[in-house]
Design a protein around this ligand. Structure first.
Ligand code: ZN
Length: 502
């Protein structure tokens, strides 16, 4: 028996909002989810992340893994060239330094944009091919929000994309990629793949794969993989509308055991199914004032107000105040809202627990997400903002960190009616209830909770939410595409979204 095939493992994951006026530098990639060598197993071994799936799948299929670099950052603006060059350079160097390898398992988001490379993920693959040659098996995973460039299916051996939004299947997709790699390096399998891009902007409002129109399409992808042994992976990426790049939009990718005709035929059929969704993709949403009224009248509590324009997981600032200001204005009680504001956190730490807080918070990153709001209250809790999520949640992270955090209790109301503002010092998307519970806030005791998200929060919040109210707020992640000016995206995309374009 020959020795186990050696497979390098790496990843660079970033979703880049090109409408954001701020570039993303190397410092955004310096959290603990960016790790190297042996740190990769410690960070991702138990995580519900595709890299954890690579590690588990490699053990199942007798592959020896050589971890290199896995770099992650919270979605934000276009990646600065300097950061892109540093990360890509280090990845390639570490893969080359791994000694003799038989393949590469690579986790890329699929919607990364660098200043000079609108298709940054494809550029990483081009450079890897240049350095490693055309024949090395490279199996890639993508986020379901990938804007896949057509060229990618020529640059990699197989592409596997998350099926679920919220992304609760990341680990499973990593295992699937490792399984395909095992068949390539052990059985000499030569996969064939095809891509189709239905010409539409697939609005984020309709990404939830637990509901139509995506639900039946994802069921069909799973059926194909289950019932047709020639199909190794069938994926439907919904795409990411906040990247103004030529490849923006959804993608169907089908990987077969070598039958290119079958891959093309199934990709076309699935793309037609996705294109037909456009007839169902129109919705009316309330703006802030009406949404807060609805939340306050809701019978089933807590009511969750979804601040779509300040969706942190989509690259927004995280310090938007539109809904907070409206809650204060309407005199709402028993609400909670998290706001990114390192300055206000410092102020709360200076004040100390029990002290009186009186300052303007939020609305400081830019002028797109509302003005700062004056908050008077008491500092209830201060902590380092670190917590652990053990369940499969969107993003697949286990060790989470919202930075130094302060909880303000506002108003003079008695404990049952108290409202809370959680101030954090890292932009932190609401993918886990641990964000609140680790700070002593119990969602079930509240009337209203504001989340800065679109769909991803649902894996954590649906089990406790009585009512969910998506709100058409302004910002870098506003759901109405007509609020943005696209210059590089295809002009002929069928735009889906709000019933009334404002
Ligand atoms: Zn995603």
């Amino acid at each position: 028996m020959s020795s186990a095939p050696r497979i390098a493992v790496g990843g660079i994951l970033h979703e880049s909002n090109t409408f954001c006026p701020r570039l993303t530098g190397l410092d955004a990639f310096n959290g603990r989810a960016t790790c190297r060598g042996d740190e990769v197993e410690a960070e991702f071994g138990d995580a519900a992340h595709e890299v954890g799936g690579f590690l588990a799948g490699a053990r199942e299929h007798g592959l020896e893994l050589v971890p290199t670099l896995v770099a992650n950052a919270t979605p934000s603006g276009t990646v600065a060239d300097e950061a892109f060059e540093a990360l890509t350079g280090e990845l390639i160097e570490r893969v080359q330094g791994a000694g003799r390898i038989d393949g590469l398992l690579l986790a890329l988001h699929g919607a990364m944009v660098a200043q000079s490379h609108p298709d940054a993920d494809a550029e990483i693959l081009r450079r890897l091919r240049r350095e490693l040659g055309a024949d090395l098996p490279i199996v890639v995973t993508h986020d379901a929000h990938a804007n896949v460039a057509v060229e990618e299916v020529e640059l990699c051996s197989a592409l596997v994309i998350y099926k679920e939004v919220p992304h609760v299947d990341q680990r499973e997709r990593g295992r699937q990629a490792a399984r395909i790699m095992g068949r390539i390096v052990r059985d000499g399998l030569r996969p064939a793949q095809a891509i189709e891009k239905p010409p539409m902007l697939y609005n984020i409002l309709f990404h939830d794969t637990n509901k139509p129109p995506m639900l039946p399409l994802v069921a069909e992808l799973k059926r194909l993989e289950r019932e047709d042994s020639r199909i190794l992976a069938a994926s439907a990426a919904v795409g990411y509308q906040y990247a103004d790049v030529p490849q923006m939009g959804p993608s169907i990718v089908v990987v077969t055991d070598g039958d290119r005709g079958l891959a093309r035929q199934e990709a076309r059929r699935l793309a037609d199914l996705m294109w037909d969704h456009r007839q169902q993709m129109s919705i009316e949403l309330p703006e802030a004032a009406e949404a807060v009224q609805r939340a306050r009248r809701a019978d089933r509590l807590p009511a969750v107000l979804v601040d779509l324009g300040d969706n942190i997981g989509g690259g927004s600032a995280g310090d938007g105040t539109v809904l907070l200001a409206e809650l204060v204005k309407q005199g709402a009680s028993a609400f909670a809202a998290a706001i990114y504001d390192p300055e206000a956190v410092s102020e709360a730490f200076r004040t100390g627990v029990g002290g009186r807080f009186d300052a303007e918070i939020g609305g400081k990153s830019d002028s797109l997400h509302g003005d700062p709001v004056r908050i008077r209250g008491r500092v209830k809790l201060l902590y380092d903002g670190k917590y652990i999520e053990t369940a499969a949640r969107h993003g697949g992270m286990r060790y989470l960190d919202q930075g130094a955090t302060a909880v303000l209790q506002i108003g003079n109301s008695n404990e049952p009616d108290a409202s809370f503002v959680l101030l954090n010092s890292k932009r932190h998307p609401p993918f886990s209830l641990g964000q609140l519970t680790s700070a002593g806030i119990q969602p079930q005791q509240l009337r209203v909770i504001v989340v800065k998200a679109a769909v991803a929060f649902r894996a954590a919040y649906e089990p406790v939410a009585g009512t969910i109210i998506p709100v058409d707020t302004s910002g870098l992640t506003a759901v109405n595409p007509r609020r943005f000016t696209y210059a590089r995206a295809r002009r002929d995309l069928f735009v889906t979204g709000l019933a009334r374009a404002r």
